[in-house]
Design a protein around this ligand. Structure first.
Ligand code: HAM
Length: 422
């Protein structure tokens, strides 16, 4: 019997992992530049945390969570998103007591049992950032600027930032009723999916992907035109700060997001290079979630972005650097004495941060040279008993074919020089 990975999950093989490392390192460096600090939370949490925060009527909670009972009968869920988990940790460890504004970022695997397709996986990875402890629109703007800066750092093109306001518990109920009155008139013509949403989550009908739903709701009332004074002021200030930061954005009144915790700002970053799953990132403000999960009042804003979708777009736009993880040196041995020396020398090089490989399969010199070529090593060092006795080993530059000699006693210094050279 042959085992295979689970549908909707992916192995990252060595030929690809250096790309992941490049992407992760770049994300971390931008996060640190914005003074967001990393948080890591467990892969699973109590189910109620997600059900409460994301919302019982959402697709994620209704049909996508990997939920199971452990042996003691506790219902656990593999994280479908990070926000709820981060807020649980924020409350549990009183993070808000040490400073008013807590800025946290993460890079982690998430799990949702969706129908797999290009850009949609069952285990996928997100990077994201949450700023907890301020209601000011400048924090929303900085959070959006951070997301945009990450894409800019990669050299990404063809993406747009769409912002909206989904109001608050004061202005949303009246708007919801108004929207329902509108939808009632066209109810029979709506898709089955939208009909299902009518009672529990009518706002989501506005971001239906169904073309017919979209044209039927073309003149539907939008939340952004029915905001209370406070939400309106917040939205205006956000747009003004974004403009002063020279961030190009569009206002899209149809953005509602698939999670229930949003208040005021909701935003998405979409790419035209992604096909039907075009959302690179999504986020927004969630001013009541901390309180709902049992904490003190702490308004917050954040976003999360799919790493696989980022990488698909980068691939399409040729944004990955060519470099792959390849050793700088291969130490080839001409005989047994050479072999014994080669492994010692390799350890010495590695201790000084110089990547190198060595033959561990007792191959002929010719086969070792072939292996060095396969690994794309930049230099091969060749030594046998005679060379070692004469304190003189050969160093071959694999791209030019040029061969020089180096003293064994000075090999480390020479290797450091070559390692640093381009
Ligand atoms: P979300 O929109 O559900 O938001 O997910 C954010 C991003 O994760 C999406 O834009 C997409 O790039 C990626 N993503 C989601 N599902 C999948 C999937 N099945 N396969 C591949 N990529 C996927 C959230 O998760 C919120 N927690 C964002 C947030 C943070 N809001 C406030 N703070």
């Amino acid at each position: 019997m042959k085992f295979k990975s689970i549908k909707g999950t992916k192995d990252v093989l060595p030929d690809e992992s250096h790309r992941w490392q490049f992407v992760e390192q770049t994300i971390r460096s931008v996060m640190h530049a914005f003074n967001y600090r990393e948080i890591r939370t467990p892969v699973f949490e109590e189910t109620a945390i997600f059900a409460r925060s994301i919302g019982e009527s959402t697709d994620i909670v209704g049909k996508e969570m990997y939920t199971f009972q452990d042996r003691s009968g506790t219902s656990l869920t593999l994280k479908p998103e990070m926000t709820a988990s981060v807020i649980r940790a924020y409350i549990q460890h009183n993070l808000g007591e040490q400073q008013q504004l807590v800025k946290l970022y993460y890079l982690a695997p998430m799990f949702r049992q969706e129908r797999p397709q290009a850009g949609r996986l069952r285990q996928f990875h997100q990077f994201g950032a949450e700023a907890i402890g301020s209601q000011l629109p400048v924090v929303d703007a900085e959070n959006i600027a951070l997301a945009a800066e990450i894409y800019r750092t990669f050299g990404m093109k063809n993406f747009s930032i769409r912002v909206n306001s989904v109001g608050c518990e004061i202005c949303r109920p009246a708007y919801k009723q108004k929207l329902k009155n509108f939808l009632q008139k066209i109810f029979d013509k709506l898709s089955e999916e939208s009909k299902r949403r009518f009672e529990q989550n009518p706002l989501r009908i506005l971001d239906s992907k169904d073309e017919n739903d979209r044209s039927l709701t073309a003149s539907a009332p939008l939340m952004k035109d029915h905001l209370c004074a406070e939400c309106e002021m917040h939205f205006e200030e956000l747009k003004s700060v974004l403009t002063s930061l020279k961030i190009i954005f569009e206002v899209d009144g149809r953005i509602v997001r698939g999670l229930d915790y949003y208040t005021k700002t909701a935003y998405e970053i979409v790419s035209t290079d992604l096909g039907s799953q075009d959302a690179l990132a999504g986020g927004g403000r969630y001013d009541v979630l901390v309180k709902e999960l049992g904490g003190k009042n702490a308004p917050a804003v954040g976003f999360a972005a799919g790493i696989e979708r980022l990488m698909m777009t980068m691939e399409k736009q040729h944004l990955f650097p060519d470099s792959s993880a390849r050793p700088v040196f291969f130490i080839a041995a001409a005989d047994d004495a050479g072999r014994r020396w080669a492994i010692q020398q390799a350890i010495e090089f590695r201790r000084h941060g110089i990547s190198c490989d060595v033959d561990l399969l007792c191959r002929s010199l010719k086969a070792q040279m072939r292996e060095a070529g396969r690994q794309a090593a930049r230099y091969v060092i060749i030594a046998g008993e005679d060379e070692l006795k004469q304190d003189q080993v050969k160093v071959k530059n694999m791209s030019s074919g040029e061969q020089t000699e180096a003293r064994v006693s000075q090999l480390l210094a020479e290797a450091k020089r070559l390692h640093a050279s381009p």
